[in-house]
Design a protein around this ligand. Structure first.
Ligand SMILES: NC(=O)c1ccc[n+]([C@@H]2O[C@H](COP(=O)([O-])OP(=O)(O)OC[C@H]3O[C@@H](n4cnc5c(N)ncnc54)[C@H](O)[C@@H]3O)[C@@H](O)[C@H]2O)c1
Length: 433
């Protein structure tokens, strides 16, 4: 066992306060731990210090209650990290332009933590990444900046996050959590920390294995979504409804798990994480052919939707050029405001490139955030009969609950439905795509 530092002011510091870090910090604070939250974005820290939640699905009241109880403290001062018994790093792991991993946030966070490492501290990485990141990359930065040895002077673990945004049934403590340590003693420290908030820990052999578990989970989704997307295209040509097929197939009590087709894949995880393995596998002379193929199919889906719209307009003697088209849903999945990597943007780009007049509606994304992409600053249209009647066509990309799809189908004459949510008994012509 690596002895814990004595008199630590904080039980845990969370570095990176986003979709993963905020619920985690709250989970520890609500369990009675003293928590320090730190983020490179000063605006975000200020917002959190004032008790405002930047995440639409997470109520500010939870943050305010933790601040009021004295269990949660947000601070930009890195010196404070030395007052924590453990540091959990939850920073982004995006892809670079040519689909290779961008570890810069992990390495920067490691470099911030290193000078404040003390004997006995635990460092846990939660960011999704390729096997070897914790053992090779993070370890090197921490040891270099601290002069301490991982596994001897301080403990190092990797424990992937399984946050499921928008799923209100998903509670941090109830979600089984995988954890791997650099050494058995590191694992023991990690289990002691996470055991305070997580009911079921799943220890694995080492950090590399834990990293591989996370990638495997997301690659599984990525490939299965591509499979149903391909089946949708094939069955549609045969006049078979993929949605009816899936509904019937999922009555099989074993050996089948439903995945649903859509306009592509989005978000910060599923379209990105598989390529972390693709990159690392090359070091071992492997090509990740399944991943590449699934990526090609998923990326082709926005073109498939737009082509269906083009053909439907053409059959009605209309052109896409000059048509007023509503894209319904910018978030990458229902019930969330997260529009990162959303295929809706690909569809908007394709429509605009063909001369359509494009607007969007999303109750969770009233305005496209600054710096998101060239659509930044655009607002969602207000929902009204009068407004809907101004459109020639709509493309439904995100199956948000609470949207009045019947009104859409009453007022917009042509709808490309990638999510199978629009009622078929209205006046609009509905095209599945
Ligand atoms: N969003 C999800 O649902 C989800 C689920 C499972 C795993 N993950 C993984 O968790 C990691 C974090 O994802 P996220 O969605 O929470 O990202 P996010 O972008 O919502 O939040 C990350 C935060 O880290 C901060 N940050 C960046 N560099 C920093 C640094 N050097 N020091 C301090 N703060 C820094 C950013 O300002 C941001 O607030 C990623 O690896 C992601 O793949 C995300």
């Amino acid at each position: 066992m690596i002895g814990k530092p004595e008199n630590a002011r904080y039980d845990v510091a969370v570095v990176g306060l986003g979709y993963v870090g905020i619920p985690l910090a709250l989970g520890f604070a609500e369990a009675g731990c003293r928590v320090l939250g730190s983020d490179a974005d000063e605006g975000r820290l200020l917002e959190l210090q004032q008790g405002h939640s930047p995440l639409a699905h997470l109520p500010s009241s939870r943050i305010k209650a933790c601040l009021a109880s004295g269990h949660l403290d947000f601070n930009a001062d890195h010196d404070r990290l030395s007052e924590a018994a453990a540091v959990i790093i939850c920073v982004p792991t995006p892809l670079r332009r040519h689909h290779d991993p961008d570890l810069s946030h992990i390495l920067d966070a490691g470099a911030q933590v290193a000078p404040h490492l003390r004997r006995g501290m635990l460092v846990s990485l939660e960011s999704s990444t390729y096997p070897g990141t914790t053992r090779e990359e993070l370890l090197a930065v921490l040891e270099k900046g601290s002069g301490l040895r991982a596994g001897v002077d301080f403990a190092l673990v990797f424990s992937p996050e399984r946050e499921d945004p928008g799923n209100h049934q998903s509670v941090l403590g109830d979600m089984p959590k995988v954890i791997g340590g650099l050494t058995p003693a590191c694992l023991e420290r990690g289990e002691e920390l996470y055991g305070r908030v997580i009911k079921h820990l799943v220890p694995v052999k080492d950090c590399d294995t834990a990293e591989a578990v996370k990638l495997t989970e997301n690659i599984f989704r990525f490939i299965n979504i591509a499979l149903v997307n391909e089946l949708k295209r094939i069955y549609s040509s045969m006049g078979i409804d993929i949605w009816e097929v899936i509904d019937a197939a999922k009555t099989k009590p074993f050996g089948f798990m439903p995945f649903y087709p859509g306009p592509g894949v989005g978000g910060h995880c599923i379209p990105i994480d598989p390529y972390y393995l693709t990159w690392k596998a090359k070091e071992y002379h492997y090509d990740t052919r399944f991943i590449e193929l699934a990526g090609q199919i998923n990326r082709s889906m926005p073109y498939y939707a737009v082509n269906h719209l083009l053909e439907a307009l053409n059959s009605a003697g209309r052109a896409l050029h000059g048509a007023r088209v509503l894209v319904l849903g910018l978030a990458y999945k229902p019930g969330v405001s997260d529009d990162r990597g959303s295929p809706s943007y690909d569809i908007m780009d394709l429509l605009a490139a063909k001369g359509a007049d494009v607007e969007y509606y999303d109750p969770h994304v009233p305005r496209i955030a600054p710096g998101r992409n060239h659509w930044s600053g655009r607002h969602s249209i207000p929902w009204s009969d009068h407004e809907l009647k101004t459109f020639d066509a709509a493309v439904v990309c995100t199956p948000h609950r609470g949207v009045k799809y019947d009104e859409l189908a009453d007022h917009v004459p042509l709808i490309v439905d990638t999510c199978h949510v629009v009622p078929r008994n209205r006046t609009a012509k509905i095209v599945d795509a």
